[in-house]
Design a protein. Sequence first.
Length: 273
Amino acid sequence: MKTKTILITGCSSGIGKATVEYAAARGHTVLASAPHIDLLVDIPDQAAAKYVIDVCVEDSIRTAIEAATEQFGAIDVLINNAGYCQAGPVELISADKIERQFQVNVFGPLALIRHVAPLMRANGGGCIINLSSMLGLLGMPIMGIYSASKHAVEGFSNSLRMELKDFDIDVVLIEPGWINTNLGAVAAQEAEYSWQDDRQNPYYERMKNKDRASDNSTSGGKAIDVARVVTKALESRSPRARYKVTGLGKLLPVLVHCLPVRLTDRMLTKAIW
């Protein structure tokens, strides 16, 4: 197995943190990042280097990549892992929160790609791995804006895969189901739950069950499950276009595309609120 130099965003917790540990244990040189300097301490010490990369700030991306290439030369693999989730009915999420969701989950990865793809092309190839989600393949109540951001990741990744093929740059989508990380807690924190206590809110009765949507602690997979799949993809000489993670992540998208819409709508609605 050829070891590689890997740049990962969002490494202070969850999937990013687990991927740093697992990929480094496999012998890869892992360049890890977090959006704030105070979060660098949470990145595992197995990382060969730690950088501040706020995916919403172009200068932080540029500075980190320049430092990484100066110290380590080529970046063989980019893992766009940074992202977060917010919950809430589509019509009640404010414009600024929608914009923030897309800034982090969509525009951030695109900015990293704009900086890294030319370097990979100059070096004769590479691999870009984008963290999507089961919700990039289907929709669920109160997860519409997050789902929309992951649908966008799916869309540009599919185009990018074809555009970069001639330059020997692979583009891979990772599509996990529910994973036991702090994603649910962040979703609860980011959501504007001021409407929760407003009995005039048309979703009041539904939103009383919001904690069901953000608590996946008993049914989800583990961050290490995703880390293993990500590492399998980057080590492959010919990686697949997409990798699903967890049984639910593999089964539910198939059911949604095979069963009648009314049936799957009822099923998904009952599952989440």
